[in-house]
Design a protein around this ligand. Structure first.
Ligand SMILES: [Zn+2]
Length: 253
């Protein structure tokens, strides 16, 4: 039963994340006005705005103009609901669950906005750094010192790489957004996991980046956003970081 509650809670949060994804890049308010159809501008009633359920009942079409509703809505709601369930199964009914769920929710918004617009909004990453540092005072898994080192190491190392890249290739490869994102990830996960996040993010990013270049015949100038890969690396580190680090330090001798 509690698992179902965590899924419903996740889907409702996911519905709010959709609003953030559409409105934050346009610098619109995320609370006003209410949801409306992007085609006919009619406002969407609460009974047509139930996460996941409404999309299925309306068969993906607006009730008024029958224009298509983006598959992104149920997709984000589904992913957020699943994240909530998995985190709840891992951390139980605790503050850790709520804090890490807020962290993953922020990563979901950042990932989708970065994919669409190649930007990472400061309004998420900068407060995120503060929340991560404060969360370390509550989280049993993380000390404040670890959180602070993680933040400095994450942001600092990427800042160095970005500066070096710009100096070598005379153009911007990574935005300041990635630096702030990694500082936020470090604040939430600590220094070991942030190193793992960089390694995983670079690895997955290179594999996918090279695949895109081979498949589409595009060159290195075709910049792919780094934020989604860092976010994915952070989620893997959150769940499996401890086991990967243990295996690396002690398991393979
Ligand atoms: Zn409509």
């Amino acid at each position: 039963m509690v698992y179902i509650v965590s899924i419903i809670f996740g889907a409702i949060v996911g519905s709010f994340l959709n609003v953030c994804i559409f409105r934050l890049p346009k610098e619109e308010s995320i609370v006003w006005p209410g949801s409306h159809c992007p085609q006919c501008k009619k406002s969407i009633s609460f009974y047509d705005n139930i996460p996941l359920v409404s999309y299925i009942l309306l068969k993906g079409k607006c009730r008024h103009c029958h224009g298509p509703i983006s598959i992104q809505y149920p997709l984000i709601e589904g992913i957020t609901a699943l994240s909530s369930l998995v985190l709840f199964m891992r951390f139980g009914p605790s503050l850790s669950y709520l804090i890490y769920f807020a962290f993953v929710a922020a990563l979901i918004v950042i990932t989708v906005i970065d994919l669409y617009h190649q930007i990472i909004p400061d309004v998420i990453s900068l407060p995120g750094i503060g929340v991560g540092l404060l969360a370390s005072l509550i989280l049993p898994q993380l000390t404040f010192f670890n959180s602070m080192i993680g933040c400095l190491l994450g942001g600092g190392s990427l800042f160095l790489v970005a500066t070096l890249y710009q100096w070598l290739f005379k153009r911007e490869g990574m935005g300041g957004g990635d630096v702030k994102l990694l500082a936020m990830i470090g604040a939430f996960l600590g220094w070991k996991a942030v190193i793992l996040t960089i390694l995983l993010g670079s690895l997955i990013g290179s594999v996918i980046g090279i695949s895109i270049m081979v498949l589409k015949g595009k060159d290195f100038k075709y910049a792919i956003p780094f934020g989604p890969f860092l976010s994915l690396g952070a989620v893997i580190s959150l769940f499996y970081g401890e086991s990967v680090i243990q295996w690396y330090l002690y398991g393979n001798r």
